[in-house]
Design a protein around this ligand. Structure first.
Ligand SMILES: Cc1ncc(COP(=O)(O)O)c(C=O)c1O
Length: 391
C-alpha cells in the first residue's frame, strides 16, 4: 500500500542543494576529495563574543525552556539598534521587528500570511529558488520577471508596468542580489516602492548579503520614506555573521504585517533557544573591524576564484557584492550543467549551475568564496589538469 502525496508536491522538488549535496557526499564516501565551491555556507566561525554568550547562557539552568514566540525583548531591541546603526532605519522593537529561525522560514511564513490560492507573485529570474517553490506550495502562482546583465540585474519596471499585473499580490526582491552580486541603490528602491503603490503590491525585500564584500554603504528598502506601507524586509545573521547553522533571521515591517506573520509563525514553531538569542545579541554588536577582517579573507579567496574562472574562459564582474562570483560560461560550451557535472566527476570540484536560479541563469556558473585558499588553489590545479586531459 502507498498513500498518495499532496498535489502540491507535483510542482515542487526537494531543494536542489539537498539533492546535489547528497550526490557530493556519495562521491566523498567513495574516497574522492571533493572541493565544494557550490554553496554559500560560511566556513569561518562566528565572533568569539558570540560563542562566549552562547556558552554562558547554556550553562544556566534557566535557559532551557520554551521562549516567547516573538523572542526576548532584548533580541528585538538589538535587531532594531542594528538596523538604526547599519541602515539608518528606525524601527519599534516591540511591534516592527520579528526574529525568525533563519530568513528562509520567513519566506514561508510571509507567503502563508499574505497569499491566497490563485494569487500571483512576482519572482525574479534568476533568483533564490525558495521564492518560487514556496509560492507554489501555498497554491499561488509565480510570475517570473527578468533580471538581465544589460539592466544591471535590476527589474525593468517599465516592462513590468506594461504587463497585465491583475492578481499580483506580492513581489520578491533581493539586493545585494543572489546569485548575481548586483546592488540596488536607494533611488532604485524608491522607484520600486512607487511601482508597488501604483499596482497595490507588497514588496518583500530579502537583504542577507549587505555586509559581505560590499564596498558601498548597506541599503535597506525600509529607508525609503513611507516604505513601511508596502514593504517588508527579511534579514539574516547567516552570512553577515558566519552563523548559517544557528538559524537566526528577522523580518522587519509595520505592526499590522508583523502581526499577520506571527499569527502564522506562532502556530508553526516556537521561540529560538535562549542561548542562541543571547549569542545573536552579542553578534549584532560585532565591531566593523570584525566584518572588515572577514571581508579581507573573502577578498583574497575571490582573487583566486577569478583565476579559476579565467582558466575556464568565464566572464565576470569584479565589483559584485555578496559571497559569490557569478560568471558567464563561454558560448562554445553547449550545456553548462553537463560541463559542470564533468568538472564535479572528473576534477572533483563542485560549482553551482546558474540555471537552478532560473532560465536567465542558464549560461552562468555561481562560485562561492566559502572555501579556504588552499582548497581553491587545489580546485585550480584539478581543473587545469581536467582541461589538459579533455583538450
Ligand atoms: C537570497 C537568500 N535569501 C535567504 C537565504 C536564507 O538564509 P537563512 O540562512 O537566513 O535562512 C539565502 C541563503 O542562501 C539566500 O541566498
Amino acid at each position: 500500500m502507498i498513500i498518495a502525496k499532496a498535489d502540491r508536491l507535483n510542482q515542487v522538488q526537494e531543494y536542489y542543494f539537498a539533492r546535489k549535496l547528497a550526490e557530493v557526499r556519495a562521491l566523498m564516501a567513495q574516497g574522492k576529495k571533493i572541493i565544494n565551491l557550490g554553496i554559500g555556507d560560511p566556513d569561518l566561525p562566528a565572533s568569539k563574543n558570540t560563542v562566549q554568550a552562547l556558552n554562558a547562557s547554556a550553562e544556566l539552568p534557566t535557559s532551557h525552556g520554551y521562549q516567547p514566540y516573538r523572542s526576548i525583548p532584548a533580541l528585538r531591541v538589538a535587531m532594531a539598534d542594528w538596523y538604526a546603526q547599519t541602515y539608518d532605519v528606525t524601527l519599534n522593537p516591540e511591534t516592527e521587528v520579528l526574529p525568525l529561525l533563519g530568513s528562509k522560514e520567513g519566506v514561508f511564513h510571509i507567503s502563508l500570511a499574505f497569499l491566497n490560492p490563485g494569487d500571483k507573485v512576482l519572482v525574479p529570474n534568476p533568483g533564490y529558488p525558495a521564492y518560487a517553490a514556496v509560492t507554489k506550495l501555498v497554491g499561488a502562482e509565480p510570475v517570473y520577471f527578468d533580471l538581465t546583465a544589460e539592466n544591471n540585474w535590476l527589474p525593468n519596471l517599465d516592462v513590468l508596468s506594461q504587463q497585465d499585473l491583475s492578481g499580483v499580490k506580492l513581489m520578491w526582491l533581493n539586493y545585494p542580489n543572489m546569485p548575481t552580486g548586483a546592488l540596488a541603490s536607494e533611488a532604485d528602491f524608491l522607484k520600486i516602492t512607487d511601482f508597488a503603490r501604483t499596482h497595490n503590491i507588497l514588496i518583500v525585500h530579502d537583504n542577507p548579503y549587505s555586509l559581505v564584500l560590499n564596498t558601498k554603504p548597506p541599503v535597506s528598502i525600509l529607508h525609503v520614506p513611507g516604505a513601511l506601507d508596502c514593504c517588508l524586509e527579511l534579514n539574516s545573521l547567516s552570512k553577515s555573521f558566519n552563523m548559517a547553522g544557528w538559524r537566526v533571521g528577522m523580518v522587519l515591517g509595520q505592526k499590522d504585517y508583523i502581526d499577520a506573520i506571527i499569527a502564522v509563525k506562532s502556530n508553526l514553531d516556537s521561540g529560538m533557544f535562549l542561548p542562541v538569542q543571547q549569542a545573536a545579541i552579542a553578534a549584532l554588536k560585532n565591531p566593523e573591524s570584525w566584518h572588515a577582517e572577514r571581508n579581507a579573507v573573502y577578498r583574497r579567496r575571490r582573487e583566486l576564484i577569478y583565476q579559476l574562472l579565467d582558466l575556464l574562459g568565464c566572464k565576470y564582474a569584479t565589483e559584485a557584492t555578496g559571497m559569490f562570483v557569478w560568471a558567464r560560461v563561454p558560448d562554445d560550451i553547449a550545456d553548462v550543467e553537463d560541463f559542470l557535472n564533468s568538472i564535479l566527476y572528473e576534477a572533483y570540484v563542485f560549482l553551482t549551475p546558474g540555471k537552478i536560479f532560473g532560465s536567465n541563469g542558464e549560461r552562468y556558473v555561481r562560485v562561492s568564496v566559502c572555501a579556504t585558499e588552499e582548497n581553491i588553489n587545489q580546485a585550480i590545479q584539478n581543473i587545469h589538469q581536467f582541461l589538459t586531459v579533455t583538450k
